[in-house]
Ligand binder design. Structure first.
Ligand SMILES: Cc1cc2nc3c(=O)[nH]c(=O)nc-3n(C[C@H](O)[C@H](O)[C@H](O)COP(=O)(O)O)c2cc1C
Length: 187
């Protein structure tokens, strides 16, 4: 139990990775942890699409940037023009977490699965980060065409992605300041 609490406390979002790919064994352990998460009515309608092909990851990032360019938001348009912007921080593995949008808890199921993946990664000495850019762009026609070709179920919405890899240890882990007074105990 104390080990689990330590994992929870020590996990931080990792935004710089070494180029080393994670092993098949670790990827499968992380995907299994995802599928063990609770889900509303135990429907388990989610799908996890793990991409480890660097060319596909670059293409996905390009299509996301192009979709940003088609929005009317100046900040996103800036990102679309950036030659360095990489929404997945060049992580060697990205897991797309999608679900049927027909149930209102679809996103909650995905969040539970994503946290399980973060903690499993932490237990295996890997870094992880939530990557949200497909949440707003997955219905863009060019992005959707790529997602469909990768096997994301066509009816699914994307609720988040998980970047996975070995953390670049030259980047110090930040201490996290916790907001005070965020819980109440009534006895
Ligand atoms: C719903 C959600 C969406 C997030 N989206 C992104 C994202 O797109 N890119 C990113 O770098 N971090 C993203 N994060 C990570 C948060 O920025 C991070 O969890 C927060 O700053 C706290 O830091 P920690 O994870 O290191 O504890 C997201 C986190 C959550 C829960």
């Amino acid at each position: 139990m104390t080990e689990l609490l330590h994992l929870i406390k020590s996990r931080r979002s990792v935004r710089k990775y070494t180029g080393q790919q994670i092993s098949e064994k670790d990827l499968l352990a992380i995907l299994e942890a995802a599928t063990q998460a609770p889900s509303g009515m135990n429907y388990q309608t989610w799908h996890f699409t793990a991409i480890q092909n660097p060319d596909i990851l670059v293409e996905l990032n390009n299509r996301i940037k192009q979709a940003f360019g088609r929005t009317d938001q100046p900040q996103l348009q800036e990102r679309s023009k950036s030659t360095t912007y990489c929404c997945y921080y060049h992580a060697p593995t990205l897991v797309i977490v999608s679900n049927e949008p027909t149930q209102w808890w679809a996103g909650m199921d995905c969040a539970c699965a994503i946290e399980n993946m973060f903690l499993a990664a932490q237990a295996l000495g890997l870094g992880s980060c939530w990557v949200n850019q497909l949440g707003t762009t997955h219905q863009d026609p060019e992005v959707r065409a790529l997602l469909n070709s990768l096997g994301v179920p066509p009816s699914h919405h994307v609720y988040g992605c998980v970047a996975l890899g070995y953390p670049d240890l030259s980047v110090p882990m930040k201490e996290k300041a916790l907001n005070p007074n965020t819980y109440t105990i009534i006895k």
